[in-house]
Design a protein around this ligand. Structure first.
Ligand SMILES: [Zn+2]
Length: 233
């Protein structure tokens, strides 16, 4: 069984079809990831452990200004989540970093209190995110749509974090994949944000398998085991 470590399934127009197409490619485990309170509440209601659809609940940087006062609502439903996310910092959006950081830190504290890993959104803000994770001594984080280079990858690996690789831009990701152990890598599509669908994780699995000189099925299943162990599924 293969997995999509970061998808926004709640955004699907026809979820049944998405899941059917994914199943044909053996992609059968999903971390359905929220970006705000509304999507967190929707996901919390649609968690389906029997069908391996798990919830990652949180407020992304985009909503840090408008929803920072609603974090208590997140706390109420966090018992349903396998992680807090996607949370982090984004220097490409028009929200002051101080506001973003406050929302990020509050949610990191919540994750610690709930003993949950976090799923990180870091866009052109990797150093700042690392600093916050360091200060709060966060032990478990998955970097969604990892955008660092191979040195960043090695440094984050040493801290015990996971790097999630999307199915594009392989020239760059090849170097990242090469730089770290296979057990540090997971694959995602960020469905539907960049026009990919969960079955596209296969492309990343094939890449990783080739670079690490492993069988494709072995690689995909290993990644599923990595996700299950990390998120205590
Ligand atoms: Zn996303």
């Amino acid at each position: 069984m293969f997995s999509d470590a970061h998808a926004h399934l709640y955004m699907a127009e026809n979820l049944t079809k998405v899941l059917e197409d994914s199943a044909k490619c053996n992609v059968k485990l999903f971390l359905n990831t929220a970006v705000d309170i509304e999507s967190s509440e929707v996901i919390a209601k649609t968690i389906d452990r029997k069908n391996n659809i798990y919830g990652v609940l949180g407020i992304s940087p985009d909503f840090s200004s408008s929803q920072i006062d609603m974090i208590n609502k997140l706390e109420d439903i966090l018992d349903k989540a396998v992680a807090v996310g996607e949370i982090g910092l984004d220097s490409k959006i028009d929200i002051p970093m101080d506001t973003q950081r406050a929302c990020f830190e509050k949610q990191l504290e919540l994750a610690q209190k709930s003993k949950l890993p976090v799923v990180i959104h870091a866009r052109k803000a990797l150093a700042e995110v690392e600093k916050v994770l360091d200060e709060l001594k966060i032990e478990k984080a998955m970097f969604h749509f990892f955008e660092g280079n191979e040195d960043d990858a090695k440094r984050l690996e040493k801290r015990g974090y996971l790097l999630s690789i999307p199915p594009l831009d392989y020239a760059r990701y090849n170097r990242v994949i090469n730089a770290v152990d296979i057990s540090t890598l997971v694959c995602e599509t960020d469905f539907p944000a960049v026009g990919k669908t969960p079955s596209d994780v296969l492309k990343t699995i094939e890449k990783i398998a080739k670079i690490k000189n492993k069988e494709i099925t072995f690689t995909g299943e290993l990644i599923t085991q990595t996700i299950k162990a990390y998120f205590d599924i």
